[in-house]
Design a protein around this ligand. Structure first.
Ligand SMILES: Nc1ncnc2c1ncn2[C@@H]1O[C@H](COP(=O)(O)OP(=O)(O)OP(=O)(O)O)[C@@H](O)[C@H]1O
Length: 356
């Protein structure tokens, strides 16, 4: 039996805006998402802000009803059998909500164990087991207010596992966590999988997804744009070189100038404190250093390196393609309308899945 089965899930939000002249606005947050997660699999859901990841997770864990489509978790329908679903799942989200700061970690876990109906005889053993799993054994009597972000996140995971869920939803667990704590967190997540728990993970950190996930779905604009193993997704950009330039103050016009160069397949800029990393995807072997630097004329430049593509580059390529498709749709080119979106999402699903 599958752990998760989503079939053509859709969710539309309707909200009222304006006071004097109230208007209804609708947002199609999820527009026909289908995927399957096998038991014991660690499945990643990646996508830019507003892509529809949290909305998808909330439909799967029964916090939101789908507008249409169906989803099953361990065979239970999320809309018609939510109680059975809830009994078998855990939900952990990034950020600070959901723990009692004034209590110790131990008291937090005791409280939630009670709330989740863990047998009193079981509680002590289960809590000790979980403290061990998330690496907080020995610190459990300290108040949570003195915990670092990474420790809080690990305590969140322990809380989410108290009732031994078979499927765990982890929504951006490493948000705001420093690199060392993030590494410990990754180890905890990998241990969960080794222990047989199915994990659905959302993250904005590509290295994390690459290291942990068996398969990944990239979602953008509410539809799945690519689905497969990390290697499979990376193979999309294997015929490319990545020219990475440290820049100070590159604007859209500079990136557009680079985009126009022959043999350039994609351009993205990422803010890294006061500097930017400009990543230029070129056809393999194309020597474009001089032209790219000329396009960045007038800007302070730091290190320039050529490197092999990573999952992040594949992700950038997929999301850029999705954005271009969306823009041409808005401009009236291509199939247009939501039926077009549907078929494209489904096609991405099938073609990638088949190749996995
Ligand atoms: N309660 C709501 N009411 C109206 N619109 C919403 C609501 N929640 C989300 N949206 C909209 O739905 C879309 C998808 O949001 P969602 O939170 O699912 O994205 P996400 O991929 O999880 O983003 P992020 O990475 O920023 O968390 C966005 O356009 C968002 O503004």
């Amino acid at each position: 039996m599958l752990a998760i089965e989503a079939r053509n899930l859709r969710r539309t939000y309707t909200s009222r805006t304006g006071f004097l002249r109230p208007r209804r606005t609708t947002t199609e947050a999820v527009r026909g998402v289908s995927f399957e997660v096998a038991r014991g699999e660690l499945f990643g859901l990646l996508g830019p802000n507003g892509a529809g990841k949290t909305t998808t997770i909330k439909m799967l864990n029964t916090l939101l009803l789908p507008t249409s489509g169906t989803a099953r978790v361990l065979g239970h329908d999320v809309a018609t059998d939510p109680v059975a679903v809830r009994r078998r799942i855990g939900y952990v989200f990034g950020g600070d909500r959901g723990l009692y700061d004034r209590l110790s970690a131990l008291d937090n876990l005791r409280y939630f164990a009670e709330l989740y109906g863990v047998e009193p005889r079981e509680q002590k053993r289960r809590i000790a087991e979980l403290l061990d799993l998330v690496g907080l054994a020995g610190r459990e009597r300290e108040r949570v207010e003195g915990y670092s972000r990474g420790m809080r996140q690990r305590l969140h995971i322990a809380r989410g596992l108290l009732h031994k869920p078979d499927v765990l939803f982890l929504d951006e667990p490493s948000i705001g966590v420093d690199p060392v704590a993030a590494r410990d967190l990754r180890r905890t997540v990998a241990d969960l999988r080794t222990g047989g728990t199915t994990v659905l993970l959302t993250t904005h950190y590509m290295a994390e997804a690459d290291e942990l996930c068996d398969r990944i779905a990239v979602i953008a604009g509410g539809t799945i744009r690519a689905l497969g193993t990390p290697d499979r997704l990376k193979s999309r950009v294997q015929e490319r070189d990545i020219l990475e330039i440290e820049a100070y103050g590159a604007a859209d016009e500079h990136l557009d100038r680079i985009r126009e160069l022959p043999a350039v397949r994609g351009v993205a800029a990422e803010d890294r404190g006061s500097r930017q990393a400009v990543m230029v995807q070129t056809e393999r072997g194309a020597e474009l250093h001089a032209q790219v630097l000329a396009a960045l004329d007038g800007i302070r430049i730091g290190r320039v390196v050529t490197r092999e593509p990573t999952l992040e580059d594949a992700y950038i390529a997929i999301v850029e393609e999705a954005e271009q498709a969306e823009e041409s749709e808005v401009a009236g080119i291509g199939t247009g309308g939501s039926a077009g979106d549907d078929s494209r999402g489904a096609t991405a699903d099938r073609s990638e899945e088949a190749a996995v």
